[in-house]
Each structure stands twice: as C-alpha cells, then as structure tokens.
Design a protein around this ligand. Structure first.
Ligand code: PNS
Length: 160
C-alpha cells in the first residue's frame, strides 16, 4: 500500500497519538510521523527536535515500521517528498472532524492525495496536548496516564 504520512505538532506526543500510530502501522505497514508547525498553535512547550526525539523514544517497540522526521511548510508537500500514498489524521470531537474534513478536502483538491481519518480508543479520546501542557505548567497531577513515560518525565523536567 506504500508509506503513509502522519503529520502533527505533537507538543507533546501522547497516548492518543500512539494509539493512532499503532493502528496506522497495522494498516499501512510503514509510517512516517511528521513533526510540523501548526500556525494556529503558536505557543508550544517542546522544540521540534525535542518533540521528534520523544516520539522516537515512544515508538521504539514498532521498530523500522516507524520513522520520525521534521518538516516545515505544507503537509501535502511533506507527504509528496516521501511519496506517501495517504495522509493519516485523527479526530476526537465534531469540531476536530470539521477541521480535518476541510483540510482533507483542500489537500485532495490541491494535489489528489487522500487523507485517512482514524479514531483512537475511547479511553484515549479525551487526551489533548493542550491540556497536558496546561497541567504540566501548573504542576498538576493526573491519576490516569495520558502520555508515554519519557514524555511525562520530559514535561516534569521542563516545568520544574
Ligand atoms: O497536531 P496538529 O496541531 O493538529 O497538526 C496540525 C498540522 C500541523 C498537521 C496542520 O496544521 C498542518 O497541516 N500544517 C501544515 C500547513 C498546511 O499544510 N496547511 C494547509 C492545510 S489544508
């Protein structure tokens, strides 16, 4: 089926993202995770290099099926540069769905590349990087694990 491309800001990578990565690897066999900049999310926590490194650490169990790279510019250009057959995205809420639908249709109209929308397991559906960052900034604790251990440790270190 060819390599698939999963773009995102991943600031930070969490268990919902990992769920999508594992599903996409099961479907496509090979996945490139693209660490990108979302112009709608200007204030982040981790640098692109840090985000990419945390994703690599979080996906070691998937071996060579997963490759993590940084990209700038358009998602479709990044997808074309690795000759991806599909873009993989996810949606948690109806508002996410509408945004993803518009982006998928724009990207297909522009280049012909299709987007596959995947849904995480219900236990991961509430997890967002935005709220993880807010809890970390205020040193709040969560009793449910929301991110891989390396990410939780990096968050604690960054906000100590
Ligand atoms: O994890 P995010 O923040 O939801 O990821 C969004 C991202 C980075 C994939 C999206 O903002 C994006 O595609 N940015 C690249 C710019 C682009 O391609 N814009 C045109 C969209 S139709």
């Amino acid at each position: 089926m060819g390599v698939a491309f999963y773009p995102g800001s991943f600031d930070p990578f969490h268990l919902g993202h990992l769920d999508i990565v594992e599903q996409a690897v099961g479907m496509f066999g090979e996945l490139v995770i693209g660490v990108m900049h979302n112009p709608a999310k200007p204030s982040g926590m981790f640098t692109a290099d840090e985000r990419a490194d945390l994703i690599r650490q979080s996906t070691t169990h998937l071996g060579k099926s997963v490759c993590v790279e940084k990209f700038s510019g358009l998602t479709v250009d990044a997808a074309a540069s690795i000759t991806a057959s599909f873009i993989v995205k996810s949606a948690r809420t109806t508002s996410d769905f509408e945004t993803e639908q518009q982006m998928a249709q724009t990207n297909r109209a522009a280049t012909g590349i299709n987007t596959v929308l995947l849904f995480s397991s219900p236990e991961h559906q509430f997890i967002t990087s935005t709220y993880i960052r807010q809890f970390a900034q205020h040193k709040g604790t969560m009793r449910t694990k929301v991110a891989p251990q390396c990410v939780l440790e990096a968050l604690a270190k960054k906000n100590s």
